[in-house]
Design a protein around this ligand. Structure first.
Ligand code: APR
Length: 253
């Protein structure tokens, strides 16, 4: 499977990756669903729905944002993020569509990242739109407020909110154009992100999944699943691609 994925990716003319929380698990960020997931600890409708944030921002700040801030502030990219950035340098992956808000793809050096659900690295004042880096937020005041008195909110998409139209449009466009889509660490149950591999497949792309578990895409959409942890699998795929590149080089004395 590693060799097969390496060969398919090495042949890609327009590779796109779709990533989810699973890619950041080896960086110490828990996923949302499944064992140890954030939604096991807290109810997403109570803490991650925009209506409840508007009703009681201090409560959501204390629990959801506080919980995520502590983990994301210190997380570092792992071999899976680094592998995707290496594949960009090799010209094999052009764009990453990520559902993650942790900024780890950019930290690993990927330059074309569509943040489908926004970014948690920044907070936006709901009154004057002033942006503040999350790591600079003073958690002693709840909810944190801007100098204008407005309340800061994470610059990411809550349940009940629209995907930013420009992110949705670009994601659909690259999903339509790609010839290989690599789907890493997503349960593929949240729409419209989970529809991107369907668009890719309908337009003739090969869809490769990396995940320790099968997902709804596995039997219905994906060409195959490389079963395992993202960091471990990606570093083996990248090593295989690099070995193929070296052996394909013409001999020069
Ligand atoms: N490597 C790769 N995949 C992993 C790993 C790992 N080390 N560990 C777990 N996974 C897989 C799980 O098997 C699961 O399929 O990652 C997936 C995580 O699924 P979710 O927690 O549902 O995350 P995601 O698909 O990104 O969720 C989508 O839901 O609540 C929202 O807004 C949130 O963007 C998020 C969206």
């Amino acid at each position: 499977m590693i060799k097969r994925a390496a060969a398919d990716l090495a042949a890609a003319r327009f590779g796109v990756a779709l990533t989810g929380a699973g890619i950041s698990v080896e960086s110490g960020i828990p996923p949302f669903r499944g064992k140890g997931g954030l939604w096991e600890k807290i109810d997403p409708m109570e803490f991650a729905h925009i209506d409840n944030f508007m009703r009681n921002p201090a409560k959501v700040w204390r629990v959801l944002v506080g919980e995520m801030k502590g983990v994301i502030d210190t997380a570092e990219p792992n071999d899976a993020h680094k592998g995707l950035s290496t594949m960009e340098r090799l010209g094999l992956i052009r764009t990453i569509i990520t559902q993650n808000v942790d900024g780890l793809h950019q930290a690993a050096g990927s330059t074309d990242v569509i943040e489908f659900h926004g970014n948690f690295a920044w907070q936006r004042c709901m009154d004057c739109d002033h942006m503040l880096e999350t790591r600079k937020v003073d958690m002693r005041q709840m909810p944190p407020r801007c100098h204008c008195g407005g309340i800061y909110r994470p610059d990411c998409v809550f349940f009940g909110e629209m995907i930013p139209p420009q992110h949705l449009a670009r994601s659909r466009q690259v999903a339509t154009q790609c010839d290989v889509m690599l789907v890493v660490g997503t349960s593929a149950v949240v729409q419209p992100a989970a529809f991107m591999p369907v668009i890719a497949k309908e337009n003739g792309a090969k869809v490769i999944e990396i995940n320790p578990e099968p997902t709804p895409l596995t039997s219905a959409v994906s060409d195959y699943l490389v079963q395992g942890k993202a960091g471990e699998v990606m570093s083996r795929i990248v090593a295989e691609i690099q070995a193929q590149h070296v052996s394909a080089k013409p001999f020069s004395p």
